[in-house]
Write a protein that binds this ligand. Structure first.
Ligand code: PEP
Ligand code: MN
Length: 377
């Protein structure tokens, strides 16, 4: 674990208000934090707000407040930077960690400008995921900052803005988190449950999910008087509630030396491997039947898409899924993929554009898993 992330086996905690509002607010919030468990005291100095009518932060005058609050509480400080000027001003005031906000990560010009300002500077930098679920944009921003020679680099998962409504302010999309981890296993990743939740009562549950996945830490917005906060009032927690959340969190270990557990896990994983191989055999078998159907539809000049049949399949499979205790939306998603691939394959055969190699060669085709991404510091 890198030196800046803290103690091995303990999550890195960044806590403090969404925005710096006054010196008293920062002093009082920092004073009441569970200091032995918090690594950095955060406060937004410049706020990138969606609408200009929202509170846009106190600006540079908040930096001395942040420094004093951190010093009194014995905590290093952290803030968001979106411009070269922010980086310079923050470093002048001894800010100990900088992060790039979700609205900045979406803009490679801004990220490049920040990267240039960070050249030769020894400060940890965390890159929040972009507002849209675009892994490439997130990785690109990390690469730009790494390219400036920043050694202490990490990412913050703060959820994604998507069209469909979820119970959260920003959809967590854990599959993207897992993909990021697969590509960059060494890159520290923390979750910001506050911006995912948008509501303080949901913060703890999301924080636990992050710990269950083995992420390195959490950024939790904490305010001494959340109801009267000038930004993100609904999602901030009091310092006392933060202490409670940290007490309640179950911190999982990545592995254990317990031989019974390891043996049981190996046995279960062998079963999973077997089930997955069986599933692939079944999918291949299904596809061979689809091909026979396509050939006979072609001979009889019948359409590939048969809406009534597709409806009947879905109804039947969903009913069965419920009987088997499977989540219907999970099964629906799988069947959407299966059906669309069936229609694609049928069209291929019926149009005479069968690009499929002879069956004997197909066995040799193995879809390569993309290799892990480039090593980042
Ligand atoms: C913040 O951390 O206060 C913030 C503005 O977050 P985000 O960039 O994730 O919206
Ligand atoms: Mn906020």
């Amino acid at each position: 674990m890198p030196r800046w992330t803290g103690v091995e086996g303990k999550p890195l905690i960044i806590a403090g208000p969404c925005s710096a509002e006054s010196e008293e607010q920062l002093l009082e919030t920092a004073r009441r934090l569970p200091k032995s468990r918090v690594s950095f005291f955060r406060a937004g100095i410049w706020k990138a707000r969606t609408r200009p009518s929202s509170f846009e932060g106190v600006g540079d005058r908040g930096l001395p407040w942040l420094r004093r609050a951190g010093e009194r509480a014995g905590l290093r400080t952290a803030t968001e930077v979106a411009h070269t000027k922010h980086v310079e001003a923050a470093l002048e005031h001894g800010v100990g960690l900088l992060w790039i906000g979700a609205r900045t990560t979406v803009n490679p010009f801004s990220v490049q400008e920040i990267a240039a300002a960070l050249r030769g500077v020894d400060v940890p930098v965390l890159v929040k995921n972009p507002t849209s679920p675009d892994l490439g944009l997130w990785i690109g921003a990390v690469e730009r900052i790494a390219g400036a020679g920043v050694r202490d680099l990490g990412v913050i998962h703060r959820g994604f803005s998507i069209a469909s409504k979820t119970r959260f302010r920003n959809a967590p999309m854990w599959d993207l988190v897992i993909e990021m981890r697969r590509m960059f296993p060494q890159l520290p990743m923390i979750t910001d449950p506050s911006h995912i939740a948008g509501r303080r009562d949901l913060v703890k549950g999301i924080a636990q999910r992050a710990m269950d996945l083995g992420l390195e830490g959490l950024m939790i917005e904490t305010h001494f008087d959340p109801e009267h906060a000038l930004s993100d009032a609904a999602q901030q927690v009091t310092p006392e509630r933060l202490t409670e959340i940290l007490d309640l969190l179950e911190i999982r270990r990545p592995a254990t030396t317990n031989p019974d557990f390891n043996a049981a896990l190996d046995a279960l994983r062998e079963q999973i491997d077997q089930v997955d191989h069986d599933m692939l055999d079944v999918l291949a078998h299904r596809m061979r039947i689809v091909e026979l159907i396509a050939e006979s539809k072609r001979a009889n000049n019948v359409t590939t898409l048969q809406v009534a049949r597709w409806k009947a399949i879905l109804e039947d499979r969903m009913e069965r899924a419920v009987e088997l205790g499977l989540d219907p939306s999970y099964v629906k998603a799988i069947y959407d993929v299966i059906h669309s691939e069936s229609v694609r394959r049928q069209s291929e055969i019926m149009s005479g554009e069968d690009a499929r190699p002879p069956l004997a060669d197909q066995a040799a085709i193995v879809r390569p898993v993309p290799p892990p991404g480039p090593a980042l510091p």
